[in-house]
Write a protein that binds this ligand. Structure first.
Ligand code: SF4
Ligand code: SF4
Ligand code: SF4
Length: 337
């Protein structure tokens, strides 16, 4: 055991899929077991926070933190893990960019509580009782983490060494990361530069085999994936289905287009892209004939075209809203009356 690297994995605000992804490595788990000892993984081994807090600083070789930062507990565990670990990896789209939990940044804590604890038909809560961080009961004090107004990414609360995007990251990427750490520990091989994204630097379109229209690319209608039978050989975007591939980092093997479904962008933006959704919006505008200086479209026609995009935030920022230039859309909504 002494020669093994020590690994920790934690689940913040996420769906648990990233934890399952570690188990998905199938037979490779035997390779992992041969080289690594898991010292903290609450989902896998029922580890307790106080056990983590008692570990010596930097005694964990590598910590994989998945999930976004939604509440004070997520942030506290992230900070403890940071202290205890030599290498901290932001694991999965939720940790890297906010992911799907980050879509809650279109609203705020007050409205989330209003919906969940009052307005839903399955809720009977006339006094609008909501979670409190501290409640006195005869037996003593009960506490809950503080629910934040804004969903944050992991690197907003701790120093992150590497980023591994994906919803969840693929087995190949996981094995690349574990292999690099092992080579470093066993052979003294240099680690990648701090801040490296463990994935390709190319765009998803570069690793997608579909045929693209190379010149004078134009579409005049946007379809939802279920509205047409897409040609499995041709680029989905060229067929009018919004595929986020042009703005998205490669590394997943273009698995959604391979399955005849458009990319939703879970690998996040490439290094060259500052804002994932903004970049895709710009790519879409160019093939919708909107940005062309010779465009004959009137403003009404442009609005009509863009109105075909159902759920713009969910389309362009499905995984990256907290990491976008927008970050969030609502701070405080003025109540009517
Ligand atoms: S990145 Fe995807 S799989 Fe991982 S926790 Fe978030 S939603 Fe789940
Ligand atoms: S837009 Fe989508 S379907 Fe088209 S080449 Fe890029 S990844 Fe493939
Ligand atoms: S194709 Fe897009 S949405 Fe699908 S796994 Fe790859 S990056 Fe994620």
């Amino acid at each position: 055991m002494a020669d093994k690297i020590k690994i920790a994995q934690y689940w913040g605000a996420g769906c648990g899929g990233c934890d399952v992804a570690l188990l998905d490595i199938d037979a490779s788990i035997l390779d992992l077991h041969a080289i690594a000892e898991v010292v903290f993984w609450p989902i896998g081994f029922d580890g307790k926070l106080h056990e983590l807090e008692q570990m010596p600083d930097k005694s964990i070789t590598v910590a994989f933190y998945n999930g976004a930062i939604r509440n004070s507990e997520n942030e506290h565990v992230a900070k403890v893990l940071r202290e205890k670990s030599v290498i901290m990896i932001s694991f999965g789209s939720c940790a890297c960019f906010g992911g799907t939990p980050g879509l809650a940044n279109v609203t705020n804590k007050e409205e989330v509580f209003q919906t969940v604890y009052k307005d839903t038909e399955s809720t009977d809560n006339p006094e609008f009782v909501t979670p409190q961080t501290s409640v006195k009961v005869p037996e003593g004090e009960l506490t809950l983490p503080e629910f934040y107004d804004t969903v944050k990414t992991l690197d907003e609360v701790v120093d992150v060494d590497y980023f591994m995007p994906g919803c969840p990251p693929t087995v190949d990427l996981i094995m690349v990361a574990v292999g690099a750490v092992l080579k470093h520990v066993k052979e003294g091989a240099p680690l990648p530069p701090k801040g490296t994204v463990i994935a390709s630097d190319k765009t998803l379109c570069d690793e997608c085999d579909r045929e693209r229209v190379e010149t004078d690319r134009r579409i005049d209608r946007i379809y939802q994936a279920y509205e047409i039978k897409a040609d499995p050989k041709k680029c989905l975007l060229d067929q009018g289905i919004i595929c986020i591939g042009p703005a998205t980092r490669a590394g997943c093997g273009a698995m959604c287009p391979v399955a005849n479904m458009p990319c939703r962008g879970c690998m996040g933006p490439t290094k060259a892209v500052m804002d994932h959704g903004g970049s895709m919006l710009s790519a879409l505008a160019s093939i919708l004939n909107i940005t062309d200086s010779e465009s004959k479209l009137s403003e009404e026609q442009i609005i009509e075209l863009m109105m075909q995009v159902k759920d713009p935030i969910g389309t362009f920022y499905a995984f990256t809203l907290p990491k976008s230039l927008l970050k969030r859309t609502v701070k405080e909504r003025k109540r009517k009356g």
